[in-house]
Write a protein that binds this ligand. Structure first.
Ligand code: SRM
Ligand code: SF4
Length: 686
């Protein structure tokens, strides 16, 4: 299905999508009269829930119908409730909106707010009859949910760093906002349904954005449509953008459909943007044709043409993305199927001229901006870690109360981070101690007080609200982290830390495929285990195990951690180690690993010396007989040396222990055990 009639010159007949039956959602979009029906009619009905058709259209407005899965009972109606998600470009939440969300969560929701992995807030647990009140309150308090879900451009991300003296960061926020405006649906449906047609006062749109939305370069828009950029059928699937600055990967730039990197000149003036495209993480278990994919570098674009390029990329996906199979509809599959060169050439058709080559960039690093930071203009900002983004009060932990008190008292704006945390900014230094007192009184720990495993971890909501969850995620990750920390302590790795991410299904909402250790729900109480992502989320991890049962975490992770401890390079991170040695080496090591290493007695160091010298004859101390000739390869000797250093022993001592174990084995059994296998066993078991 194709929305618009005029096609760019670079498109040939062969490029036209093969006509296939459009998916049901395409029909619903077409008959929705630009997102009005059946939502508008069903909202007026006195029912507990919407029909399946209405649910699909409701998503475009920023709300999902869910049910509390903890309360499912055979023969009874589901415990229906709505989730609403804010659209907050760059994570910006003004104080008035935060306080409104806080109130709404208490009055109509489940009493919590959930900071998401795309810098939005979610309210869960809203009944259908209260939906309009919640929508309208958000709208009247400077918020929006339009386009937070559905086949549209989703919340545009940007680094949550309010540095006033670093123009590149200010520009990233500004352009995130402008892209969000450019790609906001223009339908009147949203205000008609939720505000009875009343318009709310919103910030003035940038005139360049307004002009770009109307400019029809080479078929990028349908000039007379209520939706000039999207047309009647909107996008084939969700579309995700971010803007970042060179070197800052706080936004997980490789996971996005479209990433812009702010490019400045030597005088700190904006020149243009480097553009990546084609990232995406959602997949389905046992369907190889679905996969997580990293975004590719595509081009550089001058600042004057950036909106035209964005429209050209959107138009390419809009017109050529798969509209029959929703599992194959994200732009990553278009780029995968076409290859980057063809994709670039098709985009050039809509753009109207050749694209400039991508420019060099420094390495990207993950930054979380937690703790107290200087804003660069005399004021401070404070990053507060939130476990899995859940803002709540529970027992003596009163994060929700603390945030409300601080924001109410000092009227501070907030930036939500892509890692489910919050940053409060515009803080006068004289208020620092007051804020610290409130946080302390409410039991909110600072970033240095929490385990770094927790600080860098993320988990999606999964059960009980997510209808797609196979396993627990947010509710179980704290116990997983405790167990992993206990295991690391046992293995004498108490300082070790790495990025852990967990999801309750393979859709990848907490971006587990970019973590150093990823858990992806695969069967009841079981997780796929992904290893080898980088600490800075610049590389995809790979699936090591298909179904790791929750009971087997220690048993499966211990060999991997031991191998890591023994064979890591200096300062090598866990993810980099797994990525370097590869899954096969990890599996081989785990196969030969036995946690219960036999206690070894100390024996003849002289004998060990001879062993490392090469061909030696060993006399069995029990029988006095010469049993075997043993030789040691240079490689094994190197390994012995390495392991001895790691175990804090002399090479001679380690070798002696190995020799003793070998002799014991041979004297106890007449097995055909070989010296290298004994040696390896001891080396690997430490
Ligand atoms: Fe997601 C669907 C939660 C970020 C990939 N996601 C869902 C739904 C709405 C379930 C549903 O369709 O019924 C989840 C609601 C759960 C609940 O109870 O609240 C859900 N996704 C989330 C959030 C709240 C997770 C979180 O821990 O914060 C994130 C909301 C972000 C936001 O503010 O917009 C969230 N989802 C993501 C991300 C990460 C990202 O965007 O950076 C991804 C992977 C990146 C990507 O899109 O490729 C992601 N969510 C999905 C997918 C798979 C999409 C695909 O291409 O296959 C689905 C299922 C679908 O769309 O069919 C999904
Ligand atoms: Fe739900 Fe799966 Fe997303 Fe988790 S990853 S929120 S289980 S869709």
């Amino acid at each position: 299905m194709v929305n618009l009639t005029s096609r760019p010159t670079n498109a040939s007949e062969a490029d036209r999508p093969t006509p296939r039956k459009p998916s049901k959602v395409e029909g619903l979009k077409e008959s929705s009269h630009f997102l009005r029906e059946p939502v508008a009619s069903e909202l007026l009905q006195d029912t507990t829930h919407f029909s399946e058709d209405a649910v699909q259209i409701l998503k475009f407005h920023g709300s999902y119908q869910q049910d509390n899965r903890d309360n499912r009972a055979k023969g009874q109606e589901k415990d229906y409730q709505m989730m609403l998600r804010t659209r907050s470009p760059g994570g910006f939440v003004p104080p008035q909106l935060y306080l409104a969300l806080d109130r709404l969560a208490d009055t109509y929701g489940n009493g919590t707010l959930r900071a998401t992995t795309r810098q939005g807030f979610q309210i869960h647990g809203v009944l259908k009859r209260n939906l309009k009140e919640v929508f309208s309150t958000i709208l009247k308090n400077l918020g929006s949910t339009l386009g937070a879900c559905g086949d549209l451009n989703r919340n545009v991300m940007a680094p949550p760093a309010p540095y006033k003296n670093r123009p590149e960061y200010l520009l990233a926020q500004e352009y995130a906002n402008n892209i969000a405006d450019l790609l906001t649906p223009q339908t009147g449906a949203y205000y008609e349904i939720w505000l009875d047609g009343e318009k709310v006062i919103t910030a003035e749109e940038n005139p360049e954005v307004v002009a770009a939305r109307q400019r029809n370069g080479n078929g990028t828009i349908a000039p007379n449509s209520e939706e000039p950029i999207y047309g009647t059928h909107y996008m084939p699937r969700k579309f995700k953008c971010c803007v970042t600055v060179p070197g800052d990967n706080s936004v997980d730039l490789y996971s996005q459909d479209l990433t812009l990197v702010v490019m400045m000149d030597d005088r700190h003036e904006l020149q243009g943007f480097n553009v990546f495209a084609g990232g995406g993480l959602g997949r389905t278990h046992n369907k190889e044709e679905t996969f997580a994919r990293l975004a590719d570098p595509i081009a550089y674009v001058d600042k004057a043409e950036v909106y035209d390029l964005i429209k050209a990329i959107v138009a390419t996906q809009r017109d050529y993305g798969d509209r029959s199979d929703r599992r194959h509809a994200r732009m990553k599959y278009l780029i995968h199927d076409w290859g980057v060169d063809k994709f670039r050439s098709m985009v050039e058709g809509y753009f109207g001229k050749p694209l400039e080559p991508f420019r060099p960039l420094p390495e990207f690093q993950y930054l979380d901006f937690l703790g107290w930071n200087d804003q660069g203009d005399g004021k401070l900002f404070l990053g507060i870690s939130i476990d899995n983004g859940r803002v709540k009060d529970e027992g003596t932990f009163l994060l929700k109360t603390a945030l409300k008190e601080i924001i109410q008292g000092l009227s501070l704006p907030m930036l939500l981070t892509p890692n489910q945390n919050v940053i409060l900014y515009e803080i006068d230094p004289s208020h620092k101690s007051k804020i610290e007192q409130i946080l302390q009184r409410c039991g909110v720990q600072s970033e240095t007080q929490i385990d770094p495993l927790t600080r860098y971890a993320m988990a999606c909501p999964a059960l009980p609200t997510c209808g797609l969850a196979i396993t627990e995620s947010e509710r179980i990750i704290p116990s997983f982290i405790d167990r992993i920390r206990a295991l690391l302590n046992k293995l004498d790795l108490p300082e070790e830390t790495f990025v852990i991410r967990m999801t309750g299904c393979p859709n990848g909402c907490a971006r587990p495929y970019l973590a150093e250790l990823g858990f992806v729900g695969s069967a009841p109480d079981s997780y796929q285990l992904w290893l080898g992502g980088s600490p800075h989320q610049t590389r995809l991890a790979a699936p090591y195990l298909e179904k790791l049962h929750t009971d087997a975490i220690e048993a499966e992770l211990e060999p991997i951690f031991v191998y890591f401890k023994q064979s890591r390079q200096p300062a090598e991170s866990f993810g980099d180690f797994c990525g370097r040695v590869g899954l096969e080496a990890l599996r081989t090591f785990a196969l030969t690993y036995s946690p219960a290493a036999p206690a070894l007695t100390n024996v003849a160091v002289e004998a060990a010396n001879e062993v490392v010298n090469a061909e030696v004859v060993v006399t069995d101390p029990v029988t006095g007989k010469v049993r075997k000739r043993i030789s040691v390869s240079a490689a094994l000797y190197d390994r012995l040396q390495q392991v001895a250093i790691q175990q804090g022993k002399k090479t001679t001592q380690l070798t002696a222990e190995i020799l003793q174990a070998y002799l014991n084995e041979v004297s106890n059994s007449q097995s055909c055990l070989t010296f290298p296998s004994v040696a390896l066993n001891i080396i690997t078991n430490g």
